[in-house]
Write a protein of this length. Sequence first.
Length: 103
Amino acid sequence: MCDQALQPYLDEESLAVVGQAVASLACTRGSGPGDAGAVLSSLASLVAEAQSRLPDAVADARDQDYTWAEIAGRLASSAATVRRRYGDYACWRATSVTPGPQG
């Protein structure tokens, strides 16, 4: 695995990808990227989706033996903040028993 995302990217490529996602969402909803309301709704959708995915992404990283400090660096936060925010969920998920197939 080639991991070059040690920190959040705030660069032209990331900006372009987010811009394309916003424009695509706005168009999907019947508006154009020039419609400020559609842009706001699209950005809010992206933020909500990203936030909803973070707990599982953090738990996945913990499952792969990333330290809280490594995860925090990727989230541009402190290890204490990340552990406080996601630690209970990561621990719960790691100890949860997934039921096997019924049969």
